[in-house]
Each structure stands twice: as structure tokens, then as C-alpha cells.
Design a binder for this molecule. Structure first.
Ligand SMILES: NC(=O)c1ccc[n+]([C@@H]2O[C@H](COP(=O)([O-])OP(=O)(O)OC[C@H]3O[C@@H](n4cnc5c(N)ncnc54)[C@H](O)[C@@H]3O)[C@@H](O)[C@H]2O)c1
Length: 199
């Protein structure tokens, strides 16, 4: 096992995840940028490498359990450790609930909430053996406050908070911490998609 620490950032190809990945790289930590958009992940990984990180881009759909297992196998083969998991990948499919298609509900729950569960579950085995690890889940203020037009997103992000608090209690004794961050409005491609009034 190398002395250098390793972080996985899901949805690290752009926006908040990309900024987190580059902060890791600048702090001397190796980063795996796992994103459904491989091209974006590769560009971010190249930037992380330029900052001195041993980086890897991986095409990942966080909602697909086989994909997530393949990611963890690849990371263990290449680096032999996982110190940080940042569950950042997320989507919005906004509409008033009365008009919401079931697929808009399900895809947001699958990616934002089930994706967080699948990634945490896959890395926790490694962290348990290490008796060390840090998991940070990106929630949202909307998960605590609610927001008209975002019942699916708010439910997923509230779910992430409950998930985080419960998992933290399960693994604290093994030296693993699990925390959530609930950002307010941060200008990225996600918020660029909002109508002016909502913004
Ligand atoms: N921007 C904000 O104001 C804000 C506020 C609170 C919380 N957040 C949360 O922060 C996180 C990042 O948001 P952002 O604003 O940077 O969004 P973004 O849309 O700019 O980036 C999201 C990234 O996730 C990737 N992604 C989407 N679906 C994926 C999947 N199934 N598997 C793997 N990767 C996938 C995208 O390709 C993209 O690179 C999200 O969880 C979001 O809900 C954002």
C-alpha cells in the first residue's frame, strides 16, 4: 500500500465535484474522477495530474451496482487503498409534483440517493479493513427546507441526510466518519438549467 492517500469523487467531471477533485490534487492526494461523462472526467483527471496527483478517470453510473463494483476493483488494483469517498454525483429533473413523470421521480432517487448508498456500500468494506476512511455525501439545503418544483430532489437529498447520520453511527467505532454537506445555491451547469426567476 502506497503512503499517498486516495480519494474517489463521483460526478467529478464538472462543477462542485471537479473543484473538490482539484482541491484534493493540490493537497497532494491522488484522485479518481468517476463520472457518467467520461470526456469530462478525463479532462478533470488531466488537470489533477498537472497539479501532481496520480489520477484516474473512470466512466461510472452511480446508480448501477455492477459499475460501482468495477470502479472499486479498479481502484484497489491501481492504488490498493481508499481514504476518501465524495458522493457528489447528482441530477435534478424539476417539475411540480402534479405534473411529474414517474421517470423524473425515479431517476433522481436512483442517482442521488441509491447511488450514494451503492458507492458507500462498495467502499465501506475496504475502509473497515483499513480501520480508517472518510465519506462525505453532498446533500442540499433543499433536503432540509424543501422547494416547490423539487419534490423528487428534496426527497433524495433529505434521504441522503438520514442515510449519512445512520451510517455514521454504524461505522464510527471502526475509525470511519460519514458526513453530509448541504450547499446552498452554487453556480454550475446544474443551476444554469434553472429559469431566471427560480435562480
Ligand atoms: N449547484 C448547486 O447550487 C448545488 C446546491 C446544493 C447541492 N448541490 C449538489 O452538488 C452536487 C454537484 O452538483 P453540481 O452543481 O456540480 O452539478 P453538475 O450538473 O455541474 O455536475 C454533476 C456531475 O455529476 C455527473 N453525473 C450525473 N449523473 C451521474 C451518474 N448517474 N453517475 C455518475 N456521475 C453522474 C455529471 O456528469 C456531472 O459531471 C450534486 O449532488 C448536487 O445535487 C448542488
Amino acid at each position: 500500500m502506497s503512503d499517498r492517500k486516495l480519494a474517489i469523487v463521483t460526478g467529478g467531471g464538472q462543477g462542485i465535484g471537479r473543484a473538490i477533485a482539484l482541491d484534493f490534487a493540490e493537497a497532494g492526494i491522488d484522485v479518481v474522477i468517476a463520472d457518467i461523462n467520461l470526456e469530462a472526467a478525463e479532462a478533470a483527471a488531466a488537470e489533477a495530474a498537472a497539479a501532481g496527483s496520480v489520477s484516474l478517470a473512470f466512466e461510472l453510473n452511480v446508480a448501477n451496482a455492477d459499475n460501482v463494483e468495477a470502479l472499486v476493483s479498479k481502484v484497489m488494483e491501481k492504488y490498493g487503498r481508499i481514504d476518501y469517498l465524495i458522493n457528489n454525483a447528482g441530477i435534478t429533473r424539476d417539475s411540480l409534483m402534479m405534473r411529474m413523470g414517474d421517470d423524473a421521480w425515479q431517476s433522481v432517487i436512483d442517482i442521488n440517493l441509491t447511488g450514494t448508498y451503492l458507492c458507500a456500500k462498495a467502499v465501506i468494506r475496504v475502509m473497515m479493513k483499513q480501520r480508517d476512511g472518510r465519506i462525505v455525501n453532498i446533500s442540499s439545503v433543499v433536503g432540509a427546507m424543501g422547494n416547490a418544483g423539487q419534490t423528487n430532489y428534496a426527497a433524495s437529498k433529505a434521504g441522503v441526510i438520514g442515510f449519512t447520520k445512520s451510517l455514521a453511527r454504524e461505522v464510527a467505532a471502526r475509525g470511519i466518519t460519514v458526513n453530509a454537506v448541504a450547499p446552498g445555491f452554487i453556480q454550475t451547469a446544474m443551476t444554469d438549467a434553472l429559469p431566471d426567476k427560480a435562480r
